[in-house]
Design a protein around this ligand. Sequence first.
Ligand code: FPP
Length: 279
Amino acid sequence: MMRLEEVLKPGDQDWKLAQQLDPGRLPRHIAIIMDGNGRWARSRSLPRVAGHQAGMESVRAVVETCARLDIGALTLYAFSVENWKRPRAEVEMLWHLLSVYLKRELATIVDQNIQLSAMGRIEELPARVRREVESAVRATARNSGMRLNVALNYGGRTELADAVNAIIEEARANGSLASLKVDEDRIAARLYTAGLPDPDLLIRTSGEMRISNFLLWQIAYSELYVTDTLWPDFRRADLLEALLDYQKRDRRFGGLSPATPPAGAEEPAVPVEALGSAR
Ligand code: FPP
């Protein structure tokens, strides 16, 4: 929180928003579906790739703000396993933009003590992009600050299939396949996000009410925040608004809110037969 204030001007809008934040109740992990680049470009009669290019500035702003807020992890959905269906020129442009981002931002990322990671079927990326990603990941491996996790050639169902296959392979290798039993912890330990807490907050830009095959397992209890703002227009103030909204939520994880009186304390007993068959 303190580090964010270093770059805010007292009295301006972002400063006012930041003042309202409770630094003790920030999400440990934020995940973002960055959507709306194409619509942003179309509304300006520009090619779709111009939207992706403009979206890079939003990536920069969000990464810096999260790092300054001491958020533990930020996961960005940059390229899905389904995105290969897009025109080849657009796919190539996305890889190019990733390279540009890594080249331009690596020094800042290192400076901000950010630890970079990539998740997805990275082995299927074009070889040059894979090398660049791996080298940037290595360059930040000793950092101890925020984890910036970029989803590249990622699919939630693919991730689950990969986890199940890894568990089977491991059991085969150590001879325990016949008695293999899988539980939730074992699956979670084989996901690409192993070691990271599940996202507390999932943000999606540009208004679509969809999950789009993102972090299917991990978002079981995430708070969802969907904004109509298109990704290239998403800036620090939009992130702060999302965080303020998150801090208003009553997270119950399937239980009851701590403010709820214990069973029997004040609720009148309802005879079971009075409930009828309605559930
Ligand atoms: C969705 O907009 C956005 C993407 C598929 C790509 C997101 C990539 C970037 C912002 C740039 C590179 C990222 C990093 C981390 C350096 P869309 O094209 O689906 O928009 P539309 O729904 O309006 O068509």
